[in-house]
Every structure is written in structure tokens, then in C-alpha cells.
Design a binder for this molecule. Sequence first.
Ligand code: MN
Length: 228
Amino acid sequence: MTDFVFPPSEVTSLAVAGSDLRFPVHHVYCVGRNYAAHAREMGKDPDREPPFFFSKPADAVVPRGVVPYPPATADLHHEIELVVALGEGGRDIPENRALNHVYGYAVGIDLTRRDLQGEAKKLGRPWDTGKGFEASAPCTPIHPVAETGHPESGRIWLEVGGAQRQDGDLAEMIWTVPEMISLLSGLFLLKPGDLIFTGTPAGVAALQRGDRVSGGVEGLDQIEITIA
Ligand code: MN
């Protein structure tokens, strides 16, 4: 038995829909600006930029429910996203094999301290303070591919207090799921348990304490969170 100097952290996991099994989360990759209209609202030309990636710690993933308003921000934004859950890892995965590595799909919210992210962009600094804080990745249970297939289109939306904020379609993604897996696997050794947050449609905006946020992907699931 290994003697750790203190007990290691518990493995972060998500429920698997329709099952008592849990999906153990290994690493959270996120894709930036993957919907043209959102790229434009962030002041970028969507046609010119190759995809780029950033990360959140695995334990930033939390289930639906009450999410704390994080410290050190006055501009907490919602980003509703399709989440890809990998059941198989690999390196240099070709696009035409990439979907074989997917265990399932979920709906997540990439919570963002936009003020800290904006400052980091301006100064050419990493995005960790804007993106990688505690509970910054609320996520639904994982839906196995056997149940959902591989969603390529369908409405993706988010409401705050019943008022629509984000409304797009998965078909508007600039980089497809196989392209994202293939590109990521050229940069990193992917592992089972990795999640990929695939980017958000236009309409990102600020949340306040007490807001009730609901969103979803047509044919997949819905997520509801309350900002404490
Ligand atoms: Mn995002």
C-alpha cells in the first residue's frame, strides 16, 4: 500500500444516464470560439483562426444544482456547450477514427470570469484565472453513444430566469467533433475520461447571484443551475 503524505483527492466523476455507473473525469479540454457568431461577438474574424484549446482542472466539473458565485470577478459569464466524453484515449487519432473514441455526450456550462479573461488577453497572459476556477464546469450526466448516437445538429440554447440568452445549432460549429478530437490528439496524449467542451454559440452575458440558469441541447439533455 502506498503511503501518501495526506489522503489523495477523490476522483471527480459524473453520473452515466440510465445506469448506476459513474464516468471518471480525467482532464477537461475546452475549445475557443467554435461558433462564428460567438467569435464575432468576441471581436474576432471566425474565418481566419485555427481552433485553440484551453483547460480546466478535472475537479472544476460539478453536477447540476447550486453553483457558487466565484470570488474576484464582477462579470461571470455563461457559455452553454456540447460536451464530448472520451472512453478511449490515444495520440494522433485520424478524423475518420475519432468518433470510435467517444463514450458519450453531455451538456455543460463553461462558466467564465470574463473580466479576468479579458485582462489576461490584453496582457498576453494565460486564461487560467478566467476559466479554471472551482465549479466552473457544471455538467449533466453523460449519455452513452448507444443512446444518443453522435449529434451533429440540434438546437443549443440557454435561458436565465426564463429569458432567452443563447440560441444556436450544433451544425454551426466551425470545427466538428472528429476534427477537434483529431487536432487535440496531435497536441496531447488523450486519455479515457477526458471531456471536451466544444464551444458556445452567441449570446454570452453576465450572471448575478440568485440567477436560475437553464439550457440544453435538443435530443440530449438539459442543465439547470442556480448561482448562489
Ligand atoms: Mn467556452
